[in-house]
Design a protein around this ligand. Structure first.
Ligand code: NIG
Ligand code: FE
Length: 418
């Protein structure tokens, strides 16, 4: 029996020499590279070399020389995991609503009675920057410990110019402190703030004319999101938001078809959006719209589970249309209080019938694509970012199989051991 100890290797940077920075040998690489044949694109008994934060090369024979060589002891290495749908920053919690829902009140009912997103907006506005930062940092830490190296962070609990930008600035601050790439998303069109009660078009004017332009000017958002739903905004209102995003050269995505079918996915596809998220109520016949636009379908089994939803996303139609399927936590205080991407992987298999390989690709290859990072992250390939996770497992399916059974034995972000 061999016992694997955590590897005690630290960042190495030797500048000015024509050597590779580091080589990890004696590993099985779960490349997930679509250009490699075989399940998971696995390269057995392989090595990977890293240089200046990128994967320099990888292979099975003739490993190059490097300043530092690490013995991977026969472990597996996967790409760093990517959580492509996450509402990380919020104030308060909604445990009380959890109790109400268990007593039979629906999510929509609670939202209409002033609970739901509105109650988190109130708590978020009242919280100081420090309190929001600290709470988000703890949630982020839980994700990073599981091997997540890229996280999307949405606004959407501020719902005013001041508070939406404040939340995005906190996200940028987290990215400076933690070893993670953060992709920021402006979700000002998440819900109607109380001061606009009965005037949703006027709020959409504010989103389009002030909030989006300011976020774009300050470089605070990588993408613009909407909640296209009866308890959110109509397709017409979401279209206006998308037009404003487009005018500011920002890509779009949407929370669509979560509780009903309003045709939101088609709208996102029309704008060549990065992703359509939730999609339990998406009709199979609307799936082909996503193929032509290259939009990723983001499955959020944590929200499906928490809401005890029974309507299944059209998985088979997505497969048949070769629409890439990502999986994410949807970490939020209402419908998915889930700070575990690994559990979301398991849920995607058990609840939605994904294979463990689809599930792993959903939190790496396709999740990176859903954040516009498909050319840099999510697979192990020369030139891609050296975001790697080492696992003491005997098969990649173990990553989807257990609940908190397997933890990373080492994590590298941009080639640096963290
Ligand atoms: O992704 N669908 C809308 N937004 C969140 C829920 C937010 C909340 O209830 O606080 C979601 O499920
Ligand atoms: Fe969400």
């Amino acid at each position: 029996m061999s016992i694997i100890f955590p590897l005690a290797v630290r960042p190495v940077t030797v500048k000015g020499r024509n050597m590779l920075e580091q080589l990890i040998e004696n590993v099985h690489l779960i490349t997930l590279d679509p250009e490699r044949e075989g399940a998971y694109g696995v390269l057995e008994n392989a090595w990977v070399s890293l240089h200046e934060g990128k994967i320099h090369s990888l292979g099975q024979s003739q490993a190059p020389e490097a300043e530092v060589t690490v013995d991977g002891q026969g472990q597996f290495i996967s790409p760093g995991l990517v959580d492509c749908h996450n509402h990380l920053i919020w104030g308060g919690n909604r445990a009380e609503e959890f109790e109400w829902r268990l007593q039979g009140r629906s999510y929509q009912e609670i939202a209409q009675a002033g609970g739901g997103i509105a109650s988190t907006v109130k708590a978020t506005r009242e919280a100081s920057d420090e309190v929001l930062y600290q709470a988000a940092a703890e949630r982020l830490q839980a994700l990073l410990e599981e091997g997540v190296t890229t996280v999307e962070v949405k606004s959407g609990y501020g719902l005013s110019l001041e508070h939406e930008l404040r939340v995005l600035r906190i996200a940028k601050q987290l990215a400076k402190v933690f070893p993670v790439h953060i992709s920021t998303t402006l979700l000002a069109a998440h819900a109607l703030p109380p001061e606009f009660n009965g005037e949703s078009d006027a709020y959409i004017d504010l989103v389009c004319q002030e909030i989006i332009p300011a976020a774009a000017r300050e470089g605070l958002a990588d993408c613009v999101d909407v909640f296209c739903e009866g308890v959110g905004f109509s397709p017409e209102q979401c279209r206006r938001v998308f037009e404003s995003a487009q005018a500011h050269s920002l890509p779009v995505k949407g929370h669509v078809e979560q509780l009903s079918d309003l045709g939101g996915a088609k709208l996102v596809a029309e704008f060549n959006g990065w992703s359509v998220d939730h999609i339990e109520y998406l009709q199979a016949e609307d799936v082909p719209h996503l193929t032509s636009s290259g939009t990723v379908a983001v499955l959020l089994p944590g929200a499906f589970y928490s809401l005890k939803e029974t309507q299944m996303p059209p998985i088979q139609a997505l497969r048949e249309a070769a629409v890439p399927m990502a999986v994410a936590t949807d970490l939020n205080p209402g419908t998915s209080p889930l700070a575990s991407l690994r559990l979301a992987m398991n849920q995607a298999c058990v609840l939605f019938g994904l294979t463990p390989e689809e599930s792993l690709r959903g939190v790496s290859q396709y999740a990176a694509q859903a954040l516009g990072l498909g050319e840099q992250k999510g697979i192990l390939r020369e030139g891609f970012d050296a975001d790697l996770v080492m696992w003491n497992i005997s098969h990649p399916s173990e990553l989807s199989y257990g609940f908190n059974l397997v933890k990373p034995s080492a994590i590298l972000r941009n080639g640096v051991w963290v």
